[in-house]
Design a protein around this ligand. Structure first.
Ligand SMILES: [Zn+2]
Ligand SMILES: [Zn+2]
Length: 419
């Protein structure tokens, strides 16, 4: 169930028929909600509606996967959907969600940010020239906002969780609204070769953005998605899709993309809870090893990832990682599904990242911490865990970080050759 956001109207696709009336946005329910949100107390009501809407859509479900496993299937594949490796994710009850939202509203959370998320004009000339450079491409990361990152490595242009729309929602008029425009518009992007989608939540899997990328000049990119998502992509007319289970990989022009486990969940409606898989990506190019964590809670999955690739990386870990630092309060509700900055630093250490870039903060207000709180907590976490300030950084939206090429020793070269 997804809305495109052109012409300011909700344009729901066919699968929205399974959603409840209010989510289908009937003219009557829409009028009632809009009039509620426009009065004197409209701002706070609109805020409550927006956050409740987000949570209702994302966190509630009438069905929970059972803990029963099916013979011969990996333990994360269950009869009734997918599960995590180290925690049995249970959906929150409607009561829990409403209590949380009412308590947050009564205590004035989330607080209004003191500072806007920093933003710089993107270096479009460098990005475009680098995109065409082939062998001479310099490894570079550009933060477009939220979890959307342009990765230039191994001669390829890859994009993580493309999100360019105004709201992370199936509706164009209700749901979390972005705090600032993306650092690059879709039309400013170079031709994208590969799109990595970590899971199907609206802030990571945005129909409008995906359709636009599919229609880019020069032909559609390859979309790499977790198990179960291909059907949805096909339904919206995207067919250039590779679906991966955890630890499976796809190679394009010498660059390997491996889907890695994460501790999270999936849902786009009230009836599809845990029906598609979620994950992160380990990407191996000759000039850069990159890790993109997706959306995740903290678990042993990250030391598993380090162990899994230890030989391939000759014990050197990743050159760069993209790790979420936002959407973590209140802790008792968010712990299993979203790391806080302390845990982000632990993941940075678990996977032996030389450097990490903070993502999933400063764009959509969905939880109780203020939009500008995550980088402050990240600074505390760096001190607490004794890592240098430049080892884990929060970039400005639109900023490009140029990276040194991975130095490949003789041993690494033979390991790369023999894989
Ligand atoms: Zn998510
Ligand atoms: Zn998210």
């Amino acid at each position: 169930m997804v809305a495109t956001q052109r012409n300011g109207r909700s344009n729901l696709s066919a699968d929205s028929a399974s959603g409840p009336e209010i989510l289908r946005g009937s003219a009557k329910s829409r009028r009632i909600l809009q009039s509620l949100a426009s009065g004197k107390r409209g701002k706070s009501i609109a805020r409550l509606l927006t956050s409740s809407f987000f949570v209702l859509l994302f966190a509630c479900s009438t069905s929970v996967g059972t803990t029963e496993t099916t013979d011969l299937r990996p333990s994360h594949q269950r009869k009734n959907g997918y599960q995590n490796n180290y925690v049995e994710y249970q959906s929150k009850s409607l009561g829990e969600i409403l209590r949380w939202k009412l308590s947050a509203a009564s205590t004035g959370l989330p607080k209004t940010p003191l500072q806007a998320t920093p933003m710089v004009a993107a270096d479009v000339n460098f990005i475009r020239a680098n995109a065409e450079a082939g062998e001479a491409m310099q490894p570079a990361i550009t933060w477009i906002g939220h979890s959307t990152v342009l990765v230039q490595m191994g001669g390829l242009n890859a994009l993580t969780d493309p999100m360019f729309s105004d709201r992370a929602s199936p509706l164009s008029w209700l749901g979390p609204k972005r705090a600032q425009p993306p650092g690059l518009e879709i039309t400013q992007l170079p031709r994208i070769d590969v799109v990595l989608v970590s899971h199907n939540h609206y802030d990571h899997c945005d129909e409008h953005s995906l359709r636009a990328l599919n229609a880019q000049i020069g032909g559609p990119p390859r979309f790499i998605v977790p198990l179960g998502l291909k059907t949805w992509f096909n339904k919206i007319g995207i067919t250039n899709v590779t679906e991966l289970d955890w630890w499976e990989s796809y190679s394009q022009e010498g660059v390997d993309f491996v889907l890695t486990p994460a501790q999270h969940w999936s849902s786009r409606s009230l009836t599809d809870h845990m029906q598609t898989l979620w994950g992160g990506f380990a990407v191996f190019a000759r000039d850069l090893h990159l890790f993109f964590a997706g959306d995740t809670g903290y678990s042993k999955d990250f030391s598993d990832i380090n162990e899994r690739f230890f030989g391939r990386q000759n014990g050197k870990g990743f050159d760069i990682s993209l790790i979420p630092i936002g959407a973590y309060e209140p802790r008792e509700l968010m712990r299993e599904e979203h790391i806080n900055p302390d845990e982000a630093v632990k993941i940075h250490q678990d996977i032996q990242a030389r450097q990490s870039i903070a993502i999933h903060w400063g764009t959509f207000e969905t939880t109780d911490e203020a939009l500008d709180q995550p980088p402050r907590d990240l600074a505390d976490a760096r001190r607490k865990f004794g890592i240098n300030d430049d080892a884990f950084v929060a970039l400005a939206v639109g900023e490009t970080k140029k990276l040194p090429r991975r130095t490949v020793g003789d041993k690494d070269r033979s390991a790369e050759r023999n894989r």
